[in-house]
Design a protein around this ligand. Structure first.
Ligand code: GAR
Length: 204
C-alpha cells in the first residue's frame, strides 16, 4: 500500500479526482492546506480523510514554514507527497527531503509556461495546443522530470477560463493515473527523465 499526503491551497478538484479514483494500491493518509478556507478541506473531511491546516502567514519565512510543514507531513508517514494546486514555492531543503517522492501538476505543457497565469500567457502567444503536466518536483520551479502530459486543442474564441476548464478535465484524468503508476513502482527516473516501466517490470 502506498500512503499519500495531498497538499492543497484551494478548491482541491485534483485532490478530489485522486480520492474518487479509489486506486487500490493507494491510501490517502491526509489532506493538508496552507489556508483554513481551502474548500477542498471540507470535502475531504466529509469523506473521513484526516485534514490539517498550516497557515504560512503564521511563520516568519519560507524556511520556517517548510520545516513545520515537513514535520506535519512526516507524521502521516507518506510514501508520496502530492501537490494539488498547492500555491506555495517550496524551499530546496523541503524539496530535497522528498526527492523522488514529491509530485506536482501544472496547467501547461512544460517546459512552456512555468509559473502563474499559464492560460492567459498561452493564449497571448497564440499556441494551438495547451495541456497539463505531472512531474517530480525539484528545486527549480516547474522543472522536474516529467511523468505524464495531456494535450488539448486551443480554440480561436477561447478565454483563459474556457481553456482552463478544458485543461482541467485532462488534469483530473492524468493525475490519478500518475499516482497509480507511482504506487505500482512503475516510474523510473533515469538521467533526469522518467521512464514508465511496463506492468511486467513492476518494482524495477
Ligand atoms: C489546477 O489547475 C492546477 O494545475 C493548478 O492549480 C489548479 C488547482 O485546482 N496548479 C498550479 O497552477 C501550480 N503551479 P484544484 O485546487 O481544483 O486542483
Amino acid at each position: 500500500m502506498t500512503n499519500i499526503v495531498i497538499l492543497i491551497s484551494g478548491r482541491g478538484s485534483n485532490m478530489q479526482a485522486i480520492v474518487n479514483a479509489a486506486i487500490p494500491e493507494v491510501r490517502v493518509a491526509a489532506v493538508i492546506a496552507n489556508r483554513a478556507d481551502a474548500a477542498g478541506l471540507a470535502w475531504a473531511a466529509a469523506r473521513g480523510i484526516p485534514t490539517a491546516v498550516l497557515d504560512h502567514k503564521a511563520f516568519a519565512g519560507r524556511e520556517a514554514f517548510d520545516a513545520a510543514l515537513a514535520g506535519l507531513i512526516d507524521g502521516y508517514m507518506p510514501d508520496l507527497v502530492v501537490l494539488a494546486g498547492f500555491m506555495r514555492i517550496l524551499t530546496p531543503g523541503f524539496v530535497n527531503r522528498y526527492a523522488g517522492r514529491l509530485i506536482n501538476i501544472h496547467p501547461s505543457l512544460l517546459p512552456a509556461f512555468t509559473g502563474l497565469h499559464t492560460h492567459e500567457r498561452a493564449l497571448a502567444e497564440g499556441v494551438k495546443f495547451a495541456g497539463c503536466t505531472v512531474h517530480f518536483v525539484t528545486a527549480e520551479l516547474d522543472h522536474g522530470p516529467i511523468i505524464a502530459q495531456a494535450v488539448v486543442p486551443v480554440a480561436d474564441d477561447d478565454t483563459p477560463e474556457t481553456l482552463a476548464a478544458r485543461v482541467l478535465v485532462e488534469e483530473h484524468r492524468l493525475y490519478p493515473e500518475a499516482v497509480r503508476l507511482f504506487a505500482q513502482r512503475r516510474l523510473v527516473i533515469e538521467a533526469g527523465r522518467v521512464r514508465v516501466a511496463g506492468a511486467a517490470e513492476q518494482g524495477a
